[in-house]
Design a protein around this ligand. Structure first.
Ligand SMILES: CC(C)(COP(=O)(O)OP(=O)(O)OC[C@H]1O[C@@H](n2cnc3c(N)ncnc32)[C@H](O)[C@@H]1OP(=O)(O)O)[C@@H](O)C(=O)NCCC(=O)NCCS
Length: 184
């Protein structure tokens, strides 16, 4: 069962989602941390890569659907990623710009974080964030993550300093227990 929240439902992306995906990946501002907008070819390659991840891993970045309207407003989910020589599980999130600052990214990413710890045999969940992407860091902080290390990637011809944020299972359990504790 894929994550679902009060306002959002997550599901695998299909070819019909290409225009909604393009509205995120072909927006230069939303793609600042990725060094600019994708071409349609790059958007299609991204969709195909996600479909491969669904088939191979059973998870990937999913479409985030606004339950009230059925509209796809973002992508959020879990992917296998490398950080230097380590293989990690990452919570990823990218939302359409006209839906920022409404709490949707935190709501979806929290549900994906919980899904990962409940469904997958992992002790840690990471988020890889370019050092200039403050909005993304604020989401990671709201997920209860802390910075583990800094490192540099090379993507689209540019060196990109990054921070690796993470949360471990023991700390996650404490956060979930506090969130579910009855109010005195
Ligand atoms: C990173 C990203 C997903 C963050 O999205 P966001 O819209 O800022 O995230 P949210 O709305 O969930 O939460 C953050 C903000 O909303 C506010 N918020 C939370 N609930 C809210 C609500 N119900 N109504 C209004 N605002 C709310 C929070 O206070 C927070 O504001 P602040 O950070 O300015 O203090 C978005 O900037 C994005 O898609 N960026 C492009 C892709 C990208 O870089 N992804 C990350 C790659 S590592």
């Amino acid at each position: 069962m894929l994550p679902r929240t009060a306002r959002l439902a997550l599901r695998e992306m299909t070819d019909d989602d290409l225009p909604s995906l393009a509205a995120i990946l072909e927006d230069p501002l939303a793609m600042t941390a990725y060094e600019g907008a994708f071409s349609r070819e790059e958007t299609l390659a991204w969709l195909r890569r996600m479909q491969e991840r669904y088939a191979h891993d059973g998870f990937g970045l999913w479409a985030v659907i606004l339950r009230e309207t059925g509209e796809m407003i973002g992508q959020c989910g879990i992917t296998r990623q490398s950080i230097e020589d380590d293989e990690v599980l990452e919570v990823g999130y990218l939302f359409r710009r006209d839906h920022w600052h409404r709490g949707y990214a935190v709501e979806a990413a929290t549900a994906c974080r919980d899904w990962a710890f409940r469904t997958l045999d992992t002790d840690e969940v990471y988020t890889k964030i370019r050092s200039t992407n403050i909005a993304s860091m604020n989401v990671a902080i709201r997920l209860g993550m802390t910075v583990r290390r800094t490192y540099t990637t090379h993507y689209r011809g540019v060196d990109m300093p990054h921070l690796a944020f993470a949360l471990d299972r023991r700390r996650w359990r404490e956060l979930v227990d506090v969130a579910n504790a009855p109010v005195e």
